[in-house]
Design a protein around this ligand. Structure first.
Ligand SMILES: C[S@@+](CC[C@H](N)C(=O)[O-])C[C@H]1O[C@@H](n2cnc3c(N)ncnc32)[C@H](O)[C@@H]1O
Length: 302
C-alpha cells in the first residue's frame, strides 16, 4: 500500500509549488484503491474513506510520511469533523495556498474544511477571465473562494449564502489576501430569493457563479434538486446578465450525466447559448464527477 500512495504522490508533485500547497494526492480507484482519497490541505493531509473502512494499514502507512493526517468518514449522517489519524493535532484554523491565494481552513468545521479542491481550475479560470470593476455574483458561495479570486482580479463581488458563519469566513478569506471586504457585498439567504430580488430591482452582473449543493431547502421549506431544478436557477441567473455576461454553472451530482446537465442548461438559457465544458484538475484520476460549463448568451466572445 505504501508503494501505491508513494506512486500517486510522486505523480502529483509537479502540481505542488510555492503558489499551491493544496491538491488531491490520491484519487480512489484512479490510483488503485477504490473509495480512498487523500488531500493535501496546506501542510496537512486529509484521508477520506467510508465509515468503518479504515484498515490499521492506512494508519501505519501514512504515519511513515511524517505528516499530520486527519480522517474523514464519507457518507456519515452526522456530518462530523474529521478526527486525528496520526501526527500532531492541528490548532484550527490553519492556512492553505492555491495559485497564490491564501484560504483559511479548519479540521474543526464539520464535514467540509473550507475549500473544495476540485474547483481549482475553475477558480484559476475566473481569476484570469475577470476584469477590474466587473460585477461578479457568487451564489451558494460557502467560504467565498470564487469571490476571493474574482476580487483579487479587481472585480466588485457579491457573495451569497444561507449561512452567516460561511459569509464571515468569506470575509476572513478576503482579508487574508489584502482585499477589503467592506468594498464588497455579502447577502445572507436563499439564492432563488435573492436572484428574484435582484431581477426586480434591475441589477445586472458581468459574471454569475452557480455551484449549488445537490439538494437544498430554503427558509420557507421549498426544495431544490439539481436533477430537476437546475434549469430554473439558470433561467433566473440569465435574466441578471449584463451584455456579454457569462455564467459558470457547476454540479458535483454524480447521478446527473454531463449530457443531462447540458440539457438542463440549455432549457434554462435557450438554444442560442454557447456552452464550454471545463475540465477537472488533472490529478482527479477516478471520475470526472464535477461538471462545469462556462455559458455565454450567444457565441462565446473568443
Ligand atoms: C457545495 S457548497 C458550495 C461550494 C462553493 N461554490 C465553493 O466553490 O466553495 C454549498 C453552499 O451552498 C449553501 N446553500 C445551500 N442552500 C442554499 C440556498 N438555498 N441558498 C443559498 N445558499 C445555499 C450552503 O450553505 C453551502 O455553503
Amino acid at each position: 500500500m505504501n508503494t501505491l500512495f508513494q506512486k500517486a504522490i510522486d505523480l502529483r508533485l509537479p502540481h505542488l509549488n510555492a503558489e499551491t500547497n493544496s491538491i488531491r494526492l490520491f484519487d480512489g480507484s484512479g490510483d488503485g484503491l477504490a473509495e480512498v482519497y487523500l488531500d493535501q490541505l496546506g501542510e496537512h493531509w486529509l484521508l477520506s474513506t467510508h465509515d468503518g473502512m479504515l484498515p490499521e494499514d492506512f494508519r501505519t502507512t501514512l504515519s511513515q510520511f511524517g505528516k499530520t493526517v486527519y480522517w474523514k468518514k464519507l457518507d456519515q449522517h452526522e456530518k462530523q469533523s474529521p478526527s486525528l489519524l496520526c501526527g500532531s493535532p492541528v490548532a484550527a484554523p490553519f492556512l492553505a495556498k492555491e495559485n497564490g491565494i491564501t484560504y483559511q481552513l479548519s479540521f474543526d468545521s464539520g464535514y467540509s474544511q473550507g475549500l473544495f479542491l476540485d474547483q481549482r481550475e475553475n477558480r484559476a479560470r475566473i481569476m484570469k477571465m475577470v476584469k477590474p470593476e466587473q460585477r461578479i455574483l457568487n451564489t451558494f458561495a460557502y467560504t467565498g473562494a470564487f469571490s476571493v479570486v474574482a476580487a483579487s482580479a479587481g472585480a466588485i463581488t457579491t457573495t451569497l449564502d444561507l449561512s452567516q458563519p460561511y459569509l464571515n469566513w468569506a470575509k476572513t478569506n478576503m482579508s487574508l489576501n489584502q482585499i477589503n471586504p467592506d468594498k464588497h457585498y455579502f447577502c445572507k439567504g436563499d439564492t432563488f430569493h435573492w436572484l428574484s430580488r435582484f431581477a426586480k430591482s434591475g441589477k445586472r452582473f458581468d459574471g454569475i457563479i452557480l455551484d449549488p449543493p445537490t439538494f437544498s431547502r430554503d427558509s420557507k421549506g421549498k426544495i431544490f434538486r439539481v436533477e430537476k431544478d437546475y434549469h430554473r436557477l439558470v433561467a433566473l441567473a440569465k435574466s441578471l446578465l449584463a451584455p456579454d455576461g457569462w455564467i459558470l454553472a457547476c454540479t458535483n451530482c454524480r447521478k446527473l450525466s454531463a449530457w443531462e446537465f447540458e440539457e438542463q442548461l440549455i432549457k434554462g438559457m435557450g438554444e442560442e447559448a454557447s456552452l464550454e465544458s471545463l475540465p477537472m484538475p488533472p490529478e482527479y484520476s477516478e471520475s470526472p464527477y464535477l461538471k462545469s460549463y462556462l455559458i455565454h448568451h450567444g457565441h462565446s466572445p473568443d
